[in-house]
Design a protein around this ligand. Sequence first.
Ligand code: GLN
Length: 557
Amino acid sequence: MTKHIFVTGGVVSSIGKGLTSASIGMLLEARGLRVRMQKLDPYINVDPGTMSPYQHGEVYVLDDGSETDLDLGHYERFTSGKLTRDSNYTTGQIYLRVIEKERRGQFLGKTVQVIPHITNEIKEAIHRMADSDTDIVITEIGGTVGDIESLPFLEAIRQFRQDVGRDNCLFIHLTLVPYLKTAAEIKTKPTQHSVGLLRQIGIQPDMLICRCEQHISREEREKIALFCNVDLEAVIEEIDKDFSIYEVPLSLRDHKLDEFVMKRFHLTGQPLKLDAWDNLMFALRNPKHEISIAVVGKYAEHKDAYKSIYESLDHAGIHHQAQIRIARIQSADIEEEGPERILAGYDGILIPGGFGERGVEGKVQAIRYAREREIPFFGICLGMQCAAIEFGRNVVGLERAHSTEFDKDTPSPVICLLDEQKQVTNMGGTMRLGAQPCSLQPDSIASKAYQENTVSERHRHRYEFNNVYRSQFEAHGMQFSGLSPDGGLVEILELPSHPFFLAVQFHPEFKSKPTKCHPLFGAFVGAAIQRRTGRNQRNASAKPSESTTNPPPVITP
Ligand code: GLN
């Protein structure tokens, strides 16, 4: 029978439940178990697709086209169990399902209530994850214990344990154990209170993972165990990781988390196998190169807005044993100060996806700068559309080339609305979403990177390259190296005359893993390393006065 682990969070929000849940999943997979991950989010939006990145960070897209919480990105990067629409439910989705049932008359004659109707719907969502191919389902409950919003989810998992039996469920509570500088000691009271809140609603945690800045002594752990009614071996510290998030599973392993879970569920599994993870930590700790990449976006100041992109760059760095310094640059700043002032010295420029007009001209200027100075360039979704706009204006000679998303009346609509989008009026879940096949042209940068003829990548867009302009662009040296199998949609464009200029309509960042970087990120970072190595060699042989620009200061997200 499938076992269930529930992860809740206490004391403060942003405590890192997503990363911790993913790390638990990763460790259990490394013990040979088949794990599936799920997140239940207490907000009322049906999915995060209509929320601004300021509110919610990036929207993570799955193969099946569902728009989900960014924690699902951690899950996919750390574990291999398939994620689907069932892997992320919000309060909004749960209520929508119940209200639709009510409208269909499924509860005829009854009063529809939070208990049992909403809680039953939540329990069904958890049950949907358990099948004969799954040993463990890990369900993370969003929000913080004590919030009004998450109460129905907590009540549902309390009932769930009653339904399936104590031996088949494990409650893990992630809490904060702060260090008070003035008293020079760590404080366990917030954890005690948070567990007290959980107990009030009938949930006794089996394990506490304590986020902390300072090591928690055995005496302090004994105190937490005693007051919170938890086994001493199940009070685990998770000290802040300054170096890398990839240390988290290793630290949980050092505190024998997997052993506790296996014992508690009476499972044997295999001994821990973490070779691939150990190798990636070695590459991270022993970089042979150092490069800097500028990510030019609308929401650059928000560290979670392009989360998967930053992580994919790191994965490519691990692959090449290179340390990557990422500068998050506001595209609107380029409009004010010009690309030379802001972009000089970087080894590569990446433009991520986005919506809305703000900062678009800054992106176009950044792309022109990368194209003309032969700096490796990687455009993603809106980044590709801006590359088409830039090339249209400055190479093909279509002075007012634009996307109809930003200028409805442009005389040269090089980017226009997808046909399938013309009738769409609802905003939620209506874009071209999820996995789509793409055929690659032989001898292109793309096919060399992928080493495949056809690939599948995830999409999230409404606009596309306007085919009316294809031959004109080709005549000026652009290659459309990736197309939908029927040839109707441009998925990848590149410039064969440039050291590395490649842009894609899809989101490769959703398919990159720390142990296996995405081929296009790998190729882009490889080109940036080549450029840096060339410049270093030129610098070394040049007289001091002739040396090229020093690398700029960078901000690592
Ligand atoms: N706004 C563009 C579109 O809808 C690009 C979307 C994106 O970058 N994800 O097509």
